[in-house]
Structures are given as C-alpha cells and as structure tokens.
Design a protein around this ligand. Structure first.
Ligand SMILES: Nc1ncnc2c1ncn2[C@@H]1O[C@H](COP(=O)(O)OP(=O)(O)OP(=O)(O)O)[C@@H](O)[C@H]1O
Ligand SMILES: [Mg+2]
Length: 343
C-alpha cells in the first residue's frame, strides 16, 4: 500500500482497519469505475465459460482508489481462493517459487506494489505467467542445472501505483490493464453514505457534500475523513431524535479545519509544494529534482502522491522543462499579482 511518508504507524494501522471494515464485498457495493467493472465482468464471464483461468490482470492508479478491493472482487467472482504477496515481500527467487507452487488450479495470486518486484524475481515470473512453467536453477557453478516444474493454471493480479516503473517485459505479459482514475464527487458521495451506514453514523447531506469535496476523489481519504468527522460529532455534535450523533455541516467543516485540510482536500504539504514553486521558482518551470530538494521530499512521493491530484485540479502542469503552477492554483491560494503575469 502506498502511503505518504508523513503518516505515522498509527494512521497506517488505522487505515488498514478502516479499509477492511468498509471494503466492498460485492460488485454492487463497488461504486463507480463503471467501464472497468463492465470490462472485467465480460473478461471473467468468458473465462468461466471456457473453463479456463482468467487472463493475468494489472490494476494501476493512485493509492486508495480500490485496486486491492477489485482484486478481491475478481477472486470472489472466480470462486474464491486468493493468495496475496507484494513486490518487496518477494526477496528471493525461492519466495516466489514457494508461492507459485502452492497455487491450486484456478487460484489467484495477488502481487501488490508490483513495481517493486526485484528484476531477478521478474525473470522467474515471466515463464510462469506465459507458459505456467517454473524454471529453477539448482546447484552452483559447473554442476548447476535448470529444473522445470509445471504450475497449475492460475491468474496473476498485480497492482501498482506507479505503472511507469514497471518493466516492459512484465507489463506486456498481462492480458488486460485497468487504470483507475479519481472518483467523481457523486461517487464519493455514495461511498460516504454507504460507509456512514456501516459505521452507524448519521451525516447530513451538507456534511457529506463537504467531506466529499475534500476527499481528493479517493475512497480511502473519504472514509478517513468520515471517521474523523464522526469522532468530532461524538464529542461536540448534536444528537438526532434516536439519540445518535449527527455529523452536520459545521461538524464537517470543523473537522477539516482541525486536520488543516481545505475545501478542495489540499493538505499543508500540497500548499507547501505550490507555494515553494511560486515563491522560490517564480511559479516554475522547475525540474522535479530541484523541487524535491527544495521540499526535502522524495521525488517519487512528489510524483505519486502530490502531483496527480494537483494536476487533476488544474493547479499544476508537468512540462518538459519542469513543473508550472497554473492560474487556478493562484486563485485558490488567493495570491494576486502573479496571476496576471501568467494570463
Ligand atoms: N469503488 C469503491 N467503492 C466503495 N469503496 C471503495 C471503492 N474503492 C475503494 N473503496 C474503499 O477504499 C478503501 C481503499 O481501497 P483499496 O485498498 O482497494 O485501495 P488500493 O487502490 O488498493 O490502495 P493502495 O494503492 O494504497 O494499495 C477500501 O477499503 C474501501 O473501503
Ligand atoms: Mg492496495
């Protein structure tokens, strides 16, 4: 799971527990991403009709958009068994060999953070994906020989937040790639309403709208904000006739204020990134490495966590000469002067 480095162990643990409580377990509960769901259903139906293992699938997209959830839904559709691991967990060729040889017919192997699979292990994965063969080198030096084992028909599902870091040979071995995009406000609203029901929380339409706008089009963020707003309402909020705490508009607004999240979901780090480009680099263009150094932040984090959402908002542009802050960001940050320069 990709997370921002600012996150403490506690938030990560909390996210994991919210994720599993609120994770949709049926297609009907999986809100949005309609095209992906339609295409997946056809693909899975066809595989079931042929009585074969489904094609290997790649799910890519920013953190918290529902890749793991989709993998579990696919497994459920195909009748069950899913074994999960991740790129960094596969340290030795033997780790992958053990996982692969333990797969039963038609089972699913889910590899999270696929962009972090070590190249030596990838080499072993290729023939396994293509021909269901496992080639193992036994022994060392001149007496080394290759042992080939047949594997059961299986489906590999890989998830990645950084598809561009996947090697071409690996990428080309998936039968289908699904790219998840940020959710529309309407979909996030539905997710919040569902989550509120599951958590037994009552939220006004105004509160849901406020939280949805601040959720960065990301279900995991929406669920996290809902939890925080529920906490706030428990301590400060009004009660409904039934005696439950109501998350109303003011409670939602106060929650965001406390978390220093603005109405579009920008966090202090996002604002700092924009302000750094504006103040230190005259609004850009500035190269990503220079920017990373100025922010004392890893380049990958800037590229994966901050930039995609800022670009979706039309606040930031990646150009060949570097990053540029766009006029809507100046307006949002209420910075005058520079805007005219740009327009
Ligand atoms: N389409 C959806 N409908 C409803 N809830 C969703 C949807 N997608 C994700 N969620 C919620 O968001 C949580 C995070 O989703 P998930 O763990 O699948 O994201 P991910 O893409 O695998 O993230 P990461 O890249 O961090 O692993 C889920 O537990 C679920 O509660
Ligand atoms: Mg995941």
């Amino acid at each position: 799971m990709a997370t921002t480095p600012q996150k403490t162990k506690e938030t990560k643990k909390e996210d994991a527990s919210i994720d599993s409580t609120l994770r949709p377990e049926a297609w009907e509960e999986y809100v949005g991403q309609e095209k992906i769901k339609d295409n997946l259903r056809v693909l899975l139906e066809a595989a079931k009709k042929r009585g074969e293992a489904a094609d290997h699938l790649l799910f890519s997209g920013p953190a918290g958009l529902g890749k793991t959830t989709l993998a579990y839904l696919v497994a459920r559709e195909l009748g069950g068994m899913i074994k999960t691991t991740s790129g960094p967990a596969l340290e030795k060729v033997g780790d992958l060999a053990a996982v692969l040889t333990n797969l039963g017919p038609g089972e699913i192997l889910f590899i999270d953070e696929a962009h972090r699979i070590n190249p030596m292990i990838e080499e072993v994965l290729y023939p396994a994906m293509e021909a269901r063969k496992l080639h193992l080198v036994v022994g060392k030096g001149p007496s080394a020989r290759t042992l080939t084992l047949d594997l059961q028909p299986f489906t590999l599902i890989a998830a990645t937040t950084r598809e561009n870091l996947l090697s071409n040979p690996l990428r080309s071995r998936f039968g289908a790639t699904f790219r998840l995009g940020y959710y529309e406000i309407g979909d996030i609203t539905k997710i919040l309403e569902r989550s509120a029901r599951i958590l037994g929380a009552e939220a006004s339409a105004e509160a849901v709208e406020i939280l949805a706008r601040a959720s960065r089009g990301t279900p995991r963020v929406a669920n996290r904000l809902l939890r925080r707003a529920r906490d706030f309402a428990e301590v400060h909020g009004g009660k409904s006739a039934a005696g439950t705490n109501i998350i109303d508009g003011p409670a939602a607004r106060r929650t965001l204020e406390m978390l220093e999240i603005d109405e579009l979901g920008l966090e202090p780090q996002d604002r700092r990134l924009l302000m750094t480009i504006i103040e230190k680099f005259k609004g850009g263009p500035v190269g990503v490495n220079t920017l990373a150094a100025a922010l004392s932040e890893e380049r990958g984090v800037i590229e994966d966590i901050y930039e995609p959402y800022l670009m979706t908002l039309g606040f930031l542009q990646r150009s060949p000469s570097g990053r540029i802050v766009l006029p809507p960001a100046y307006r949002h940050l209420k910075i005058q002067g520079h805007e005219e320069e740009l327009l």
